[in-house]
Design a protein around this ligand. Sequence first.
Ligand code: EPZ
Length: 428
Amino acid sequence: MEKYVIKGGNRLQGEVTVSGAKNAAVAILPAAILSDEPCTIENVPNISDIDCTIKILTQMGVQVKIINKSTLYIDPRHIVNPTVPYDLTKNMRASYYFLGALLGKAGSARVSMPGGCDLGARPIDQHLKGLASLGADGAVDHGMVHLESKNGLKGAHIYFDIVTVGATINVMLAAVKATGLTVIENAAKEPHIVDLANFLNSMGAEIMGAGTDVIKIRGVKHLHGTQYSIIPDQIEAGTFMVMAAATKGNILIKNVIPKHLESISVKLEKIGAIVEEYDDSIRVIGTGRLEKTSIKTLPHPGFPTDMQPQITTLLTLAEGTSIVTEGIWDNRFKYVDELRRMGADISVDGKVAVIEGTGHLMGAPVKATDLRAGVAMIIAGLAASGITEIEDIHHIERGYEDIELKLRALGADIKKIHSPENEMPLAL
Ligand code: EPZ
């Protein structure tokens, strides 16, 4: 079993380069199978969710060549098996993007019901409703979603009951190859939706309006190969921003799109950090003065739910009472028990957390309950006095490339230990 061991208290200083966006990459790699020719995709993050996506592609008959650490060559001309089995979907939610992609490519898809972070109920009714509107009949059978468009996919007018990233992406993937016009209303507007649309358009798709709540897609018969670079990861960047504020640090975060970080920048400034924006980088300086605030997570351009555990952790270090309301997921405060072990004073009632800032945290053994909760434990450990040991770090490695190396280069005292006999947390 691997753990991170962190000796807290160091100010993080220096420069860090953000990797490609996980939530864009896990949509763009499946989207590449829609092409009739090979594609080269750059700025792919080197994380375990991408390893898993590559395995899915490979077992399907897609040729994937790793050109270098962040560049993949994907040749989808010889798909033999439009199926994604359970052992490859159980750990990764986004495996369900193969539903839309395979439907668009082959007219049928068999994808095991996905796993991923446990954040409460994660139904896929809107995905199935959207794909059914395009003409994909389906059933869930023994944990497999089986969809088929017997008469070919046809463009349709789809209104989502709620704003959903996943269903917006799945419908886009299928609709690019449907005949006629698809209109998605109440679409999600996250940066990775726009990135997917740009990728598909670079292959010859006709998608308009991505980034607004109405997306129009005129189906095309063929998509050609492309060379495309994925956007930087908004949430990785936001995580380093919070780390600077939490450690009284001074970090220049490079390879970012500052516009994507606005909701995070505004809150960090309110809490007391200094944020300086440049063209493709952002500097955050922790002043040591952290003030209470109220935050509600919302779909983009609101404050991202994927930054909620990180900001809640920061607020445990602030003066006064803060309130964080989770606006997307039913159960995204499970990590609070772990923070309490480090001395945090947080009460949770449903989707609302009340944080009594205690000004400091104490190192303790904790576990990563999911991806963002796991990185929140790293933030807590960096800011805490003493030693923090974090278990179940496979969750963190799903979404953060080289986090330990990047943090060490910023001056953090963090180390990954590999087995119980190596456990020497004080010998850092
Ligand atoms: C994406 O999940 C992200 N994952 C999540 O990031 C992120 O938290 C979430 O969007 C919200 O921004 C990926 O992009 C791979 P949704 P997704 O469909 O697409 C309900 C991370 O940490 N809903 O926008 O699964 C759902 O229950 C991960 O990187 C339905 O009711 O989220 C939720 O309450 C965690 N029916 C809300 O909509 C549906 O058919 C938003 O979910 C679909 C969703």
